[in-house]
Write a protein that binds this ligand. Sequence first.
Ligand code: ADP
Ligand code: TRP
Length: 321
Amino acid sequence: MRILTGLQPSGRLHVGNYFGAMKPAVDAQDEGDGYYFIADYHAMTTTHEASALRENVRGVAIDFLACGFDPSKAVFFKQSAVPAVNELAWILSTVCPMGLLERCHSYKDKIAKGFSANHALFAYPALMAADILLYDSNVVPVGEDQKQHLEVTRDLVGKINERYGDDTLVMPEARIRSATAKVPGLDGEKMSKSYNNTLPIFGEEKPVRKLIMKIQTDSAQVEDSKPTENSIILALYKLFASESDYAQMVTDHENGGYGYGDFKKRLADAYWDYFAPMRLKRTELAADPTQVDAILATGAEKARDEAAIVLDRVRKAVGLI
Ligand code: ADP
Ligand code: TRP
């Protein structure tokens, strides 16, 4: 089984990204033949400064490697290292009705947010389909927001195979991560960089502790019992703490005798310890950019070899060769 997913480099990653996207992808490495790439062509639709793009791509590569991507298990590469993806995107475009792209929420949302309607933003799902199909992917783990793009991909496979033969492209399947897996932000809303309520994965200790101390709580006194439902502190603590420590904090809420300051301190300690090994690895990687470049170069080579096989098959099927 080939598992593929693309990761858009979008600045500093937060705890919501980690539990919602990175950890599931890292866990999936052991399930099959993994292909993971940084979607830098896609990022160009919204990042228009060369230095910012370069920096974000490097940052996200380091973050993912630090968080457990293992280049000995999976192929890890930059999308633009395999330019053949553009040729497949073109081939897919020839069967892609305008209406299919016009209906895509991601495009409509970007336009509603004031982005100008350029061709890349419009054609984004066709390039994403090419990303998936260029490696004969079977399973594509993505967030709920990408579901429609997977449907577009499946539609395009249907059209190509109908026109050129059933063996031209492999039909992929989306694996949608549960929509309920929403990590709350410091204000209780969904953690998101657009809401300014995030806990960074790789923050400095003091500022992160300060952020945690600012979580809003009620006015219960130390001796009072405290509500466990809809508690931001408990929801976040559950992600970082052992089961027994979590159960202890629930009991301490119920019985009273501990203040919110104490709970927040436990949360900050658990957060800090949880990411400690990853932080160490990140420091190591950041200090040795050549190691990261070498990992991406090895991944690119494997990805290019695989892509060449698939593209050759498609070129033959459509009559280019
Ligand atoms: P943001 O909302 O901060 O802009 P993105 O849209 O860039 O985050 O999300 C990148 C990935 O992280 C997506 O796969 C998304 O599903 C996941 N993700 C983002 N925020 C959360 C969250 N609060 N809980 C769970 N998953 C999340
Ligand atoms: N569009 C995806 C996102 O924003 C990233 C992406 C690009 C992708 N190509 C892909 C995801 C192929 C899965 C498969 O999250």
